[in-house]
Design a protein around this ligand. Structure first.
Ligand code: A3P
Ligand code: MG
Ligand code: MG
Length: 383
């Protein structure tokens, strides 16, 4: 078909996937295999992707006495430039790194080949769609060989959301990062003497938040009939990183408003817990530590939640979510994408978007565009 450069008339038609009825997804959970890490990397303070663990942090519970402010240091923070579109460059660099380190015939490289390559954020959005019907999303897809690559379609609205709509909103977002710095140290705690640990804990209270810094785990998993390679920002690990199954020791950190009413509790379970579950479940992260802040941004409490217990916490409660619905939905959406993102070549791209108005997912051909896969990655694929 569309081998011609122009010719919108040559393009495949727009196809639609209606989200409703949710009963389409109520069968037992599809197969999901435990995510297995392939490689990990870090972003440094200049937002350069480094193929090592320099930004991996270690969990150590935050001190609540005296109760720390999550807003302090707001003015000093160093903010990542969200106007620069990174596409999926970091993830692709990590895959290229695997190829260079292990060679074209390696088991690791074979493992890194999959039906889909996309960041965890895209999978999370797909997972929660049946219960986040008002939240639009938009992605770009391209197929090279037998793999479909998906990136976020970065819009002015996304960038605005990341920058924060008001000072209050910006403080909340800052508070999320500040909580992370108050929960982690640079060295495995079990390797520190008590006085060294104490110095680390004092140092972290004065840490300047820099949102460029990140540690990222690249992993392989399988959902239903789809093999997936993905990457996820990981907040911290509980001890020195083991070579086998490191994700079993990873931990996600989150902040929420104090749950001071029945209504707040129910909204937490309905919306927040769903997102926490999907995000951590997909990457195989077993624990989410939630910091509760009051209206002045003071940290009032901390609670650990087990990712695997979250679906049970909301079971049989009205208007809540179900893990099997999210998983079956995602399985079917990936199948829909596989059926329509078919043309091979990095210039041929498709838009995949969820429209809250019609509550359907649409795939439309974008025709020929500049690839969002890097030249470096493409030349490593086909030297
Ligand atoms: P909270 O989630 O604690 O509010 P993450 O939890 O994914 O590690 O992200 C850390 C913090 O980055 C979040 O803290 C939030 O403040 C901010 N953040 C993450 N994703 C965001 C998004 N899509 N838009 C705006 N801010 C975001
Ligand atoms: Mg984080
Ligand atoms: Mg976090």
């Amino acid at each position: 078909l569309a081998s011609s450069q122009d010719g919108a008339e040559m393009r495949a038609p727009v196809v639609r996937f209606g989200v409703h009825p949710l009963s389409k997804y109520s069968q037992a959970c599809p197969q999901f295999s435990e995510p297995r890490e392939l490689v990990s990397f870090s972003y440094d303070s200049n937002r350069r992707a480094c193929m090592d663990n320099r930004e991996l942090k270690y969990y150590y519970p935050p001190r609540l006495q005296p109760p720390p402010s999550l807003f302090s240091g707001f003015e000093q923070q160093v903010k990542r430039d969200h106007t620069r579109n990174e596409h999926i460059d970091g993830l692709l660099s990590a895959l290229t790194h695997i190829r260079q380190q292990n060679g074209d015939e390696s088991v690791l490289l074979r493992d890194a080949q999959s039906d889909f390559v996309m960041y965890r954020g895209m999978l999370t959005r797909i997972f929660v769609t049946p219960y986040s019907l008002r939240d639009a999303w938009s992605m770009n897809a391209t197929k090279v060989g037998s793999t479909i690559y998906i990136e976020e379609n970065v819009t002015v609205e996304n960038i605005a959301g990341r920058l924060g709509s008001s000072e209050e909103h910006q403080r909340m977002m800052y508070g999320g990062y500040r909580f992370e710095t108050l929960c982690v140290i640079d060295t495995p705690p079990e390797k520190l003497l008590p006085e060294e640990l104490e110095l680390n804990l004092q140092a972290r209270a004065d840490e300047i938040v820099n949102t460029n810094l990140e540690y990222c785990s690249v992993f392989r998993t399988r959902l239903g009939g789809h093999s997936i390679v993905s990457g996820a920002e990981v907040d911290c690990i509980e001890r020195a990183k083991p070579s086998a199954f490191p994700s079993r020791h990873y931990r996600e950190l989150k902040t929420v408003k104090l749950l001071d009413s029945e209504r707040a509790q129910s909204s937490f379970e309905r919306f927040k817990l769903l997102k926490f579950w999907a995000q951590s479940f997909i990457a195989g992260i077993p624990t989410v530590t939630v910091g509760f802040r009051d209206e002045n941004g003071v940290l009032r409490g901390v609670q650990d939640f087990k990712t695997q217990d979250m679906p049970r916490m909301v079971k049989n409660k009205p208007r809540m979510w179900k893990a099997n619905v999210c998983m079956n939905f995602a399985d079917q959406v990936l199948q829909f994408i596989k059926s329509h993102v078919v043309e091979d070549g990095p210039e041929t791209q498709y838009r995949i978007e969820y429209d809250p108005e019609s509550q359907e997912i649409r795939i439309s051909p974008l025709g020929q565009r500049e690839p969002f896969l890097t030249a470096e990655y493409l030349s490593a694929l086909a030297p």
